[in-house]
Design a protein around this ligand. Sequence first.
Ligand code: ZN
Length: 488
Amino acid sequence: MRPWADWHAERGARLHRFVNEQLYPYSPFYRRLFDEQKVDPRSIRSVDDLRRIPFTTKHDIAPTADNPSRHLEIVLQPDMEKLRKFAPKGVLARLLLTRMLHDGETAREEVRREYGPVHVIFTTGRSAQPTQFVYSPIDFERLHLVGRRIAHVGGIEGSMRSLNVFPFAPHLAFWQTYAVGQSVPSLFVHTGGGKVLGTAGNVGALARMQPDVLIGVPGFVYHMLRQAASEGVKLTNLRKVALGGERVPLGLRAKLGELCAQMDAPDIRVQSVLGFTEARHCWAECVPPDHATSYGFHTYPDLEIFECVDPETDEPVGPGERGELVYTALEGRGSCVIRYKTGDIADTGITYDPCPGCGRIVPRVSSTLSRRSDVGEFQLTKIRGTLVDLNNFLPVMSSFDEVVEWQVIVRKKDGEALGLDEIVLSIALRDGADPETVKRKVVAKLLAEMEVAPNVIEVLPLERLTENLGLDTQMKELRIRDLRGARA
Ligand SMILES: [Zn+2]
């Protein structure tokens, strides 16, 4: 196994090459950034030098009304003239030789094979316009390379069969999953999720296929397994549930384990996968021993640098300390970012010691993530004097055994634009649970953990709440909704 000191020097060299041979010459955004900040790209030689480069945020690259194609400024855009000036000698010699032996068109084809866009995914954020990220053929190959690593870390083998219920969409989660299956190679059936086949279609596929692995968004997978259990489906092969696309609260893992046990799959492992569009690939957790343990997401030291910084001061935090994840690509064509502030806060940061589960020595990112409230998906103004991050409803609400489903809506009281903010929590309860007792428990825990209580808690029938959540009709479940800006 490679010692870390080695990696540190190697990564500095990779960073230097990437900045000088790709980003500075061909990325309009980063060339401007380096010039404006008077950072000489040649002086970026070690991982520590990264700190001299300003952060990139989603607001720097998302398209706006004034600049609808701003996202293209982070796409590497070489032309023959720039290549002649900046390409490493070997690459240049190959291109010139191609031009001599063949013609200009063949040389241009070569460049297209390396840099030309062949695939696009979009962000799904609510706080900025969807931003597109481009892959060149080389990037798409890397998505497969990463797919193989995810399979190794996550314990997916060629002989297993997987059912993928991520929605068909130009989103990272679906395409990364596709690449895992292709690269192992292993049989993956892609149903397209609730919107394509409905809950019934997905439960039917689960019952017929009897997969070893079930893959999808936490909310929909939970809903679908609940439905399967209520129909008396038996899962004779199921060994793993892999979740991505949304945060996975610890409480949900135990609930999924219990559901599967009811269906004759007593020993499943629930594993989550981290991904963000800006990195264009994902990271898996290795197989945990139980539903309460996670060894963190295993990152790829040869492909990227993760930093963890104090969300208030932007200063780096130590190993294992809470902070915001910052991502730097060390390779890539198409849309590339460095020092990208992800807005994800890792509760126990990044650790560098060998993984207790698999022994791999790679930086591991804490799997307990929260959103940074001021750049997060939802920004909440003060409610009764408290700033509330609505995303925190997720771990709290998932921790109640009696609550089968839930939804949070923030709206203006009585629908008046200038009215007070009001939080409405809808819940569906397990059979036999006493509504008043559960309501009291929920309020107490929300007050203790979030310093906020809903103004209204309504108990709804499960079918009605499932419908409100849009599990069969929406690309993304309507778990937490802020309707205050919405016109009636
Ligand atoms: Zn591991």
